[in-house]
Design a protein around this ligand. Structure first.
Ligand SMILES: Nc1ncnc2c1ncn2[C@@H]1O[C@H](COP(=O)(O)OP(=O)(O)OP(=O)(O)O)[C@@H](O)[C@H]1O
Ligand SMILES: O=C([O-])CC(=O)C(=O)O
Ligand SMILES: [Ca+2]
Ligand SMILES: [Mn+2]
Length: 586
């Protein structure tokens, strides 16, 4: 009893919850307890402390930034450090919490992924002839853009606190753009603090006017009655005004991919290839670029204990080599384990931002397998949270280019070596597959073909990026590989996903040079060169049909996939040389 009482007492002292303790013995002791608490409180009076000036003071210059844009608010939190943004999120944003790792949990609301169908590019005289108009780049009138912009500003004007965050896109100072984000949510500011390149104190002092401004009013919907709007969500880009307006989606990825889209316009205009790809560098300085659509393994596979990470999602290739566009990573968190992805796991700490994860409110521990909010749970963290990172995040010309595909048909080999023409063919095709649903027993996967492995973010015709890639690959004598991180032993439903261990062993063999020296055999119909053996990988898995028990079913799937490739390529045929066309499956 005495021990219990004393434990209660120290608890009471620690949290000040004196009123909740009703044991008569404890009540009798309360006077004694209260005195030290009162003393402790006295010490905590703010006037007794010297309070350091926070970066987030609302000074006139910060208010002026918004005032000049027609926004008046009580508080402007400009370029605040993560701790301040934590404070703000915890105080003002429902559901935010500090988790057991020290990372911040935040919630995006209804939209938990990007909305490519709600993205628009403004049709204006300076870029109208440059943009590849169609299903990817859907046009919006300048009038509708200004209505959206005004709506965003009107909404921001109703908010008592706003966040402004400045950073750079592009690690090469020669091709660096200044980005400013204006948002009503601290979580968005922390996200962009992680994802943009963080300026030094001196660079911030000299930041001046941004090159591009993102108005994030995602907490407020677009007006469906506005011409060109088909839903309450809208991401509109205006290259002439150098502005992006977000309405009706608070998913943070819209901002980073908005910046990427801007870079995908600006860089190719200067003869630089922008790439939806990750990159890392070996001990000898050899660079590998991993192209791939969402979920194919760019982030997972670029985090490699033997290589330095340059970046996980967006890069550019200049005459000097490659540079990362971003200052951080945005990793999928679903199913994350320390065993499988130690670098990413260990990056989840103070400053990291977990989006839409479910956690135990008692322990603050995340259940990474819980997809009840979304399958697309994410974590963003600064690049330097990965232990072996290359800062500044630039590297030489790539020696290897790996095209990642997650083939849910289970047809493509785990690895094949591509000729330059095949590399172009697969780059333009941009194939991956999505599993039909998360329900059990759904066995028909759906193919996705997304040019340049990132059509939703490309602005020019895919040929522009393809030409730049072909040119650079030839000039720098690059090896190209196609890696299937998807299904083996059968299609989705019957087979299983390629093990990360096998995919990693294959990539190690590419890096050691062993795979380039291997003996190869032809994979029929797709005419891919497949190695007969690979160190630390069971040779049985290298030729896909050998992993299937039902050969007739394999043939059916293989025929089906090759037909899908051919159908998709029809629209690109005209602009392609004979050797690229000849790289198509039979
Ligand atoms: N063999 C494999 N290779 C790569 N990833 C695998 C493999 N098996 C399972 N995975 C899982 O697949 C997912 C790959 O996602 P990743 O975040 O790397 O995609 P990404 O290409 O970076 O996409 P995004 O552009 O959306 O960020 C991870 O959750 C990873 O754990
Ligand atoms: O942009 C996002 O939301 C995540 C991502 O990297 C992608 O989908 O390619
Ligand atoms: Ca990624
Ligand atoms: Mn991506």
């Amino acid at each position: 009893m005495a021990a219990r009482t004393s434990a209660l007492r120290s608890l009471a002292r620690a949290c000040g919850a004196v009123r909740r303790i009703h044991s008569s013995r404890v009540l009798a002791d309360q006077a004694k307890i209260r005195a030290p608490i009162a003393d402790a409180l006295k010490v905590r009076q703010p006037q007794a402390m010297s309070v350091p000036k926070d970066m987030a003071q609302f000074d006139d210059a910060d208010m002026a930034i918004l005032h000049n844009l027609g926004i008046e608010t009580d508080a402007v939190i400009h370029n605040a450090r993560p701790g301040t943004l934590y404070d703000e999120a915890l105080r003002y944003e429902k559901g935010s919490a500090i988790l057991s790792t020290g990372a911040l949990a935040a919630y995006s609301g209804a939209k938990t992924g990007r909305s490519p169908m709600d993205k628009r590019v403004v049709e204006e005289d300076t870029t109208i002839d440059d943009v590849w108009w169609g299903t990817v780049n859907m046009g919006l009138s300048e009038k509708s853009f200004s209505i959206n912009r005004e709506r965003a500003i009107d909404y921001l004007n109703t908010r008592p606190r706003l966040y402004v965050l400045d950073g750079f896109a592009g690690w090469d100072p020669e091709y660096r753009y200044k980005i400013r984000v204006i948002t009503s949510r601290a979580y968005h500011a922390l996200f962009m603090h992680n994802m943009l390149i963080r300026p030094t104190e001196e660079e911030l002092a000299n930041f001046g006017e941004p090159d591009y401004t993102i108005y994030n009013a995602g907490a407020f919907p677009a007006n469906r009655a506005t011409d060109g709007m088909t839903s309450g969500t809208s991401v509109s880009l205006n290259f002439k005004a150098k502005e992006v307006v977000i309405l009706g989606s608070q998913y943070a990825g819209e901002m980073k991919k908005g910046v990427f889209t801007i870079m995908n316009y600006l860089l190719p205009k200067q003869g630089i290839l922008s790439m939806h790809a990750s990159a890392n560098e070996g001990q000898d300085g050899d660079v590998t670029v991993f192209f791939g659509l969402s979920g194919t393994g760019k982030t997972t596979l670029s985090a490699d204990e033997n290589r330095k990470l340059i970046g996980d999602d967006e890069h550019a290739w200049t005459d000097k080599g490659v540079f990362n566009i971003e200052g951080g990573c945005y990793a999928k968190a679903i199913g994350l384990t320390r065993e499988k992805e130690p670098e990413i796991w260990d990056a989840i700490r103070f400053g990291a931002l977990l989006e839409n994860v479910v956690f135990d409110t008692r322990t603050g521990e995340v259940d990474y397998d819980d997809n009840s909010i979304t399958e697309n749970t994410r974590v963003s963290y600064p690049l330097e949270y990965i232990p072996n990172v290359k800062i500044p995040a630039v590297g030489g010309h790539p020696k290897n280019i790996i095209m990642l595909t997650c083939d849910a048909f289970g047809v493509l080999p785990p690895v094949s070596k591509l000729t330059p023409a095949q590399a172009m063919y697969h780059f333009i095709s941009g194939y991956t597959a999505k599993v039909a649903g998360t329900e059990m027993g759904v066995s028909e996967p759906t193919a996705t073909f997304s040019a340049c492995f990132g059509a939703p973010f490309m602005v020019w015709h895919p040929a522009k990026y393809a030409e730049l890639l072909a040119d650079k690959m030839a000039k720098h004598n690059v090896n190209a590989w196609l890696i299937n991180t998807g299904w083996t032993g059968g299609a989705f439903g019957a087979g299983h996903r390629m093990s990360l261990k096998d995919t990693r062993a294959i990539i190690d063999a590419i890096h050691s040079g062993d795979l380039a020296k291997a003996e190869y055999e032809n994979f029929p119909r797709f005419n891919l060169k497949v190695p007969k053996s690979c160190p630390n990988v069971d040779s049985q898995i290298l030729m896909p049909n050998k992993t299937w028990t039902d050969q007739t079913e394999f043939e059916r799937m293989s025929t089906k996939l090759s037909a899908l490739f051919k159908d998709n390529f029809e629209k690109f045929k005209d602009g392609c040389s004979e050797d690229i066309k000849a790289a198509a499956p039979e």
